[in-house]
Design a protein around this ligand. Structure first.
Ligand code: 13P
Length: 283
């Protein structure tokens, strides 16, 4: 069922587990995520990135997500991931999303604060929760490390993070602690000491971006360290590809069946990450 994750996120924060957030790209991935979450009795964020929401169109993306959520009995938040502007966030709220991320992390701090406040003022009266990001979470396109292995990305500052949360009224914060989106050549070096400092400074649930490429032990450590939401995207694309390759190599050609083959692989990855997040059986 379509739901808010406000209470479930607070329960995860207090209970030492995390709620996974999975990116969907089309109907079969949305359904695979929701169905596996239901099978595992896990709350889940069904997330669509700003890029995909724009390419599908917000109405189509919302209809896909709603349909997948409404087919299952467990709570599913329909979430805009990396919303890059106020208009997109507002369009998603109007279309029935229950959660939006506004990503102003590349803006100067004052502008990130102003944009996030504006989104919170629009979303909260409609019962929609807001996630924001502080510091820079890298992407595969970014040169994350200098030659000598030093980090180049600006990481979250605990004092500023606390001030940001207080000023903006966001429900969930994604702090940059050395995490990187996508497939990386080596496992990102996460700053667990910084996570502990941010966790101590910030009273709301924290979200971990860039779950792909982090070892199982790394994810467990992040959850123990206080991440209440764990995002996984690219790994589902890899699962989708694996399912389709096997289907086509077997001589398959029917698109509807190809999507089922991809969905089956997506479900396996979803089950694995739910296990790591510790959210199985929480609903
Ligand atoms: P990955 O693609 O690295 O799993 O990151 C997903 C994510 O954080 C979406 O916001």
């Amino acid at each position: 069922m379509l739901a808010s994750m406000k209470e479930p996120l607070l329960a995860a924060m207090g209970g030492g587990y995390a709620i996974p957030g999975f990116n969907f790209f089309h109907q079969s991935s949305a359904e695979g995520i929701a169905e596996e979450a239901e099978a595992r009795r896990s709350p889940v964020f069904l997330m669509i990135s700003g890029v995909y929401a724009r390419s599908l169109g917000v109405e189509v993306a919302a209809a896909m997500g709603r349909r997948a959520a409404e087919k299952v009995s467990t709570p599913v938040a329909l979430h805009l991931d990396h919303g890059d502007g106020y208009e997109l966030a507002e369009a998603c709220v109007r279309a029935g999303f229950t959660s939006v991320m506004i990503d102003g992390s590349r803006l100067p701090l004052a502008e990130n604060i102003a944009l996030t406040k504006k989104v919170v003022a629009m979303a909260h009266p409609r019962g929609v929760t807001v996630e924001a990001e502080i510091g820079e979470v890298g992407g595969v396109e970014d040169a994350v490390y200098e030659e000598g292995g030093e980090r180049k990305l600006a990481l979250a500052d605990p004092g500023r993070a606390a001030e940001f949360v207080e000023t903006t009224g966001v429900d969930c914060l994604a702090p940059a602690i050395g995490n990187v989106h996508g497939l990386t050549k080596r496992e990102p070096r996460l700053d667990f000491a910084l996570l502990a400092r941010v966790r101590a400074a910030v009273p709301i649930p924290l979200a971990m971006h860039g779950g792909t490429g982090i070892s199982d032990d790394g994810i467990r450590r992040l959850v123990r360290g206080g991440m209440a939401k764990i995002n996984v995207g690219t790994e589902l694309k890899v699962a989708w590809r694996r399912g389709l390759i096997a289907f086509f190599e077997d001589g398959g050609y029917e698109p509807r069946l190809a999507m089922l083959a991809a969905k089956a692989e997506i479900r396996k990855t979803v089950a694995w990450k739910i296990g790591l997040a510790g959210s199985e059986g929480k609903v």
